[in-house]
Design a protein around this ligand. Structure first.
Ligand code: GLN
Length: 491
């Protein structure tokens, strides 16, 4: 019989309902795993140990009393990324400037999770303010990839990705501004979805670049992501960019891949793509054909502009969003002689922000300044519209697009962190989707020669999450990657 932690979240929920396990047993199992595995992978920044166990006891009582209809995630432990606000639990964005900050309110997604019966087991490590692709830029130090602890887990939600891969929890939340859910999902061999812009409330997510980002699931399977997305998605009056479109039954997936039209964007298979990644994605596409899908090549000619477009827009928005961290209201304050507020602001910001965050604030402020605004920011917005049009045209011809999530597999810790441009290049296949605003799921489709996981993106039209997730479910049913655990997480 499978050990408790070897189950998917969907299976665990079934076992809880059937009385084959209890919320207390589930919570104790994962807390024990955290104790054993954290020294090796450092995925978490805070473990909510005592409170989570108490909550599990409460859930156990509730589950016993619940006849028939029960809360959809009752008793399920979940890891929440450090940039998502949680009442009474630190929310630091892994930045020195927010150390010690404990929010007095929950993000809407957290409220919905609690209403659904889920229990926060821990907060997860990330690149400072979600700026990065490797989780090496956290004030708490890096996270290690459970498949090879010398390598990065991807970023910026690398803590959530590593925690799921190591089975420190059955469910996790990440956030994705330019790939931060899909990159760690791909590098850690798990699933994750960035939904349509506006599908999930951003209220309580500490903003990095608000026109691009979404909170979303990082889970063992696409089916688990579907189940979690059903709980967190939907209109929220506290976030005016959330959209009032009905939330589908994502976990039902789609009937089959029979007749599904799949577009293969040729630009996703260009220069720099590692041979193993290409081969695994092509094999997965063949599987889709065996399941009845038809494929055709499509083109997204403007995505060659996506990387500079993304970085300009993201840095401009970041420079504005991060202006609020001034030493007056949150976290760190560097004291200076009385009354000299300018000195206090600049000393606090200089000490509180890491080098990458400072670089982006400076570049973003420059691009937004009066003399350069039209040349940089406005131009980037125009390019964004053209990129979005490419996606709209392609998705008018086919149901979904598929391609690699990342051009390579997880790289070694320390090899890119001092070279910002090389690090930005990591995002070449993920940022176009955020610029377009469409949904994209990353599912594991194989591994390279060194055994490092490879992820494939399934991109769909606006609000077609059910279709995208359905494709992921059909694929994982045949590929069964989730049955393979990293050696370190096995026993
Ligand atoms: N790596 C990208 C960046 O640094 C994306 C990060 C994210 O999605 N939060 O901006």
């Amino acid at each position: 019989m499978a050990k408790l932690h070897e189950n998917t979240a969907t299976e665990l929920l079934r076992m809880l309902s059937a009385g084959e396990t209890t919320p207390v047993e589930v919570m104790a199992t994962y807390l024990e795993r955290i104790g054993k595995l954290e020294p090796k992978i450092h995925a978490l920044t805070f473990v909510n140990k005592d409170a989570a166990l108490k909550e599990a006891e409460r859930a156990a009582k509730e589950l016993k009393g619940a006849k028939g209809k029960k809360k959809p995630l009752l008793g399920m432990p979940i890891v929440v990324k450090e940039c998502i606000s949680t009442t009474g639990i630190q929310t630091t964005c892994c930045s020195k400037i927010l150390q010690g900050y404990i929010p007095p309110y929950d993000a809407t997604v957290v409220t919905r999770l609690k209403q659904a019966g889920a229990i926060i087991i821990a907060k997860s490590n990330m690149d400072e303010f979600a700026m990065g692709s490797s989780t090496e830029r956290s004030c708490y130090g890096p996270t290690m990839n459970p498949w090879d602890v010398n390598r990065v887990p991807g970023g910026s939600s690398g803590g959530s990705g590593a925690a799921i891969a190591a089975r420190e929890a059955p469910l996790a939340l990440g956030s994705d501004t330019g790939g931060s859910i899909r990159c760690p999902a791909a590098y850690c061999g798990v699933a994750g979805i960035k939904s349509t812009y506006g599908r999930v409330s951003r209220y309580g997510l500490v903003a990095y670049a608000n026109s691009l980002e979404q909170i979303g699931p990082i889970t063992i399977t696409a089916r688990d992501s579907a189940m979690l997305l059903e709980v967190i998605a939907g209109k929220d009056i506290a976030d005016s960019t959330s959209v009032d479109v009905p939330v589908d039954k994502y976990s039902q997936g789609i009937a089959s891949l029979e007749g599904l039209k799949v577009g293969i964007p040729k630009e996703f298979f260009g220069e720099g793509l590692k041979a193993d990644v290409k081969a695994s994605v092509e094999k997965a596409v063949d599987k889709m054909k065996e399941l009845g899908a038809t494929t055709q090549e499509v083109s997204l000619p403007s995505i060659k502009y996506a990387l500079p477009t993304y970085y300009l827009i993201a840095m401009c928005e970041a420079s504005s969003n991060l202006a609020r961290f001034d030493g007056l209201r949150y976290g760190l304050r560097v004291d200076v002689p009385k009354g000299n507020y300018d000195a206090m602001f600049s000393k606090t910001r200089q000490e509180g922000f890491g080098p990458e965050v400072r670089r982006r604030i400076i570049l973003g402020t420059y691009a937004l300044s009066a003399g350069y605004y039209d040349m940089f920011y406005v131009k980037a917005l125009k390019a964004r519209t053209i990129i979005q049009d490419d996606f709209k045209k392609a998705l008018a011809k086919v149901d979904v697009l598929v391609g690699p999530t990342m051009p390579t597999t997880a790289f070694e810790i320390g090899t890119k962190v001092d070279d910002p441009l090389t690090m930005y290049l990591e995002d070449i296949l993920t940022v176009p989707i955020n610029l377009a605003g469409v949904p994209s799921l990353s599912v594991p489709v194989g591994a390279d020669k060194a055994g490092m996981p490879i992820g494939m993106q399934v991109m769909g039209n606006f609000f077609k999450e059910q279709q995208v997730l359905g494709v992921g479910m059909a694929l994982e049913d045949v590929l069964q990657f989730h049955k393979k655990l990293p050696p370190l997480a096995g026993a």
